[in-house]
Write a protein that binds this ligand. Structure first.
Ligand SMILES: NC(=O)c1ccc[n+]([C@@H]2O[C@H](COP(=O)([O-])OP(=O)(O)OC[C@H]3O[C@@H](n4cnc5c(N)ncnc54)[C@H](OP(=O)(O)O)[C@@H]3O)[C@@H](O)[C@H]2O)c1
Length: 298
């Protein structure tokens, strides 16, 4: 198992009670609260940043966010009272920058920074871009210390998973700071960079695969005569309860399957259909395809 930081175990280092012996991320993090820049305050960045703001762990006045369109900036300023701009340089004023644009928007971000010849001092850059390697990030942002993070959408409800791979030159204190940041929205794992594609395929694409299963199971219940809203509720609860049982009892999925499958019963009748339809193979191939696509994007 890779080293793991349990959810909620960590304190935010930049809060008032931060440990004085924790070194600064890029030389500027030491002392008091820090300002965080966000380039691309879209769905993923919001899933990370909003829980921190709601928990009072990140001061909204200390967030310098950049988006592409004035319409998005205006919407975020209005709905969340945040400093959101379309000026690409705004975020680079902060010592820590979260990079969360789409991979195809990356070159534009780097070009804007290069044209402005900023920043002048090293920044800690945390990239959540799928498939974009540390080596490429380092080439595009040579003046930054680099972290590659793969968070997933359940971070929105603090039930996330984040995989982290480190760039060159980060101290133990940098790493601890970043781990604690992501620990606020879920579980954090350190991984060798080549494993991040498989990690992303399972944990970031996985919620979409599971949502499809939830929707299809509810369709089945509707076909069996249940009202839609009840069927959807039951599907969600069944998935959540099953995940909790697997996790808390540390059961292998096969054990749980056998626990609920009685001879000549209802479950084995359903399982026969799933095996005939190739559900296992479809899910295996879905995860492999997502991992391949992540490598392709790199
Ligand atoms: N969603 C996930 O589960 C997940 C998981 C892991 C990693 N990721 C990664 O997270 C990244 C963002 O994904 P997302 O789903 O959050 O995308 P998204 O919702 O489309 O957000 C992209 C954001 O980037 C902004 N943007 C575009 N070009 C920009 C530029 N040149 N400068 C500054 N901001 C710019 C967009 O602004 P406008 O709104 O004005 O267009 C938008 O706010 C992707 O690289 C993805 O690989 C996502």
């Amino acid at each position: 198992m890779p080293p793991r930081v349990p959810p909620g175990a960590a304190r935010m280092i930049w809060s008032d009670d931060r440990s004085p012996d924790t070194a600064g991320a890029a030389g500027e993090i030491n002392g008091g609260e820090i300002t965080v820049g966000v380039i691309g305050l879209g769905r993923m960045a919001q899933a990370l940043v909003f829980p921190l703001i709601e928990a009072g762990l990140l001061d909204r006045q200390r967030l310098l966010a950049v988006v592409a369109s004035e319409a998005s900036a205006e919407r975020l300023r209005h709905s969340h009272q945040l400093a959101v701009s379309t000026d690409p340089l705004q975020a680079w004023q902060a010592p820590v920058v979260l990079l969360a644009v789409k991979p195809q928007q990356l070159e534009g971000v780097a070009a804007a920074l290069a044209a402005a010849e900023a920043p002048t001092s090293p920044r800690l850059l945390i990239s959540v871009l799928a498939g974009v390697t540390l080596a490429r990030l380092q080439r595009l942002f040579p003046n930054c210390l680099m972290v590659r993070a793969v968070p997933n959408t359940p971070c929105l409800v603090r039930a996330g998973l984040t995989g982290l791979a480190w760039g060159e030159g980060l101290s133990a204190a940098h790493k601890e700071w970043v781990q604690q940041l992501f620990a606020r929205v879920g579980e954090v794992l350190e991984l060798p960079e080549p494993q991040l594609d498989g990690f992303l395929a399972l944990t970031s694409s996985g919620p979409a695969f599971v949502a499809l299963v939830a929707e299809a199971m509810a369709d089945g219940a509707v076909a069996a005569g249940l009202p839609r809203s009840l069927a959807q509720h039951l599907a969600h609860r069944t998935l959540a309860g099953t995940a909790a049982l697997l996790h808390e009892r540390e059961l292998h999925p096969g054990q749980l399957k056998d626990m609920v499958t009685s001879p000549a019963g209802t479950t084995i009748a359903g399982l026969r259909h799933l095996e005939r339809a190739g559900l296992r193979s479809a899910l295996i191939e879905a995860v492999v395809a997502a991992a391949d696509r992540s490598r392709e994007l790199a």
